[in-house]
Ligand binder design. Sequence first.
Ligand code: FAD
Ligand code: FES
Length: 291
Amino acid sequence: MEENTRNTIFVEEAEILAQHAFAEEQFVLRVLAPKCAASAKPGQFSHIQCDPQRLMRRPLSIMRVSATEGWVEFLYKAVGEGTQLLSQRLVGEMLSVMGPIGRPFELDENKPKALLLGGGVGIPPMICLSELIKEQFGDIKPTVFMGSEVPFPFERERSALPVQGLSNETSDCLPLLEGWNIPSRLASLQHYDGVYQGYITDLARDWLQALSDAERQQVAIYSCGPTPMLKAVAALAAEFSLPCQVSLEEYMACAVGGCAGCVVKVSTDEGEAMKRVCVDGPVFEAASVFA
Ligand SMILES: Cc1cc2nc3c(=O)[nH]c(=O)nc-3n(C[C@H](O)[C@H](O)[C@H](O)COP(=O)(O)OP(=O)(O)OC[C@H]3O[C@@H](n4cnc5c(N)ncnc54)[C@H](O)[C@@H]3O)c2cc1C
Ligand code: FES
């Protein structure tokens, strides 16, 4: 994996361009942060000061960027004090946005079938990675599965793009990806019409099993989501002997490598090592963190 990107972190006073609310306290926030937008990559995040009266910052994954228009977009769920304060901020107000931070996903060009698995607030990096593939990696064909236990933060629609190995009942997709000609499907344990009922890893297994051996050898997995999901994704990758990168979420204070508040145990060629999720990750090889 490439060297970390600490040298390109900027702090910007970013104007809020849009803040849209969706079900269950989910929000899509767009800010004007041209320096961050110029170099942000999928898997990286920004550390955002949620309120001008509070010093605390909160890490949010980058979902979309426009380098030409200078904006960065995030999807977040208001779960506590910081994100609730952020959800009250209005269009036109300024936010202190530090980023882009962290080691991004690294696309494996020898694996032309990319399987992207995003769960809950792990969906944003998968959208970012999809957009990068669409724009710069025409030889890679992504298939995107997304899981959520609350209503998805977008209007679902029936897909016209086929996905191998799935029944017609698993029909719904994310319209944004459909518009990019990228097949996507949704999974949830809840009963949502058009959505696979079960774990996202079961949906992924159905897809993998429908591939021929030769096709399966072309697959690389990229994933972000809650830790239990990532463990299941790592186990699925091991079951099918597939390369897999995961983006971890840890509690963060400084987010620039200074406090060691976010360390995880990682296996390396030299044995076990403690790595900082903020700057050594958040993206790691799945097998190195979930042995
Ligand atoms: C690299 C990274 C990327 C992230 N990307 C996103 C994103 O794109 N969208 C999004 O909604 N959230 C994301 N998160 C999680 C987000 O940062 C936390 O939800 C947020 O910091 C909570 O702050 P709070 O003050 O609102 O809540 P707090 O009061 O701090 O916590 C409220 C609840 O959230 C839980 N929580 C807090 N921080 C985390 C964490 N890091 N991981 C898991 N649970 C946590 C606490 O256990 C508690 O139950 C990301 C976290 C990291 C580390
Ligand atoms: S949050 Fe301080 S080192 Fe990672």
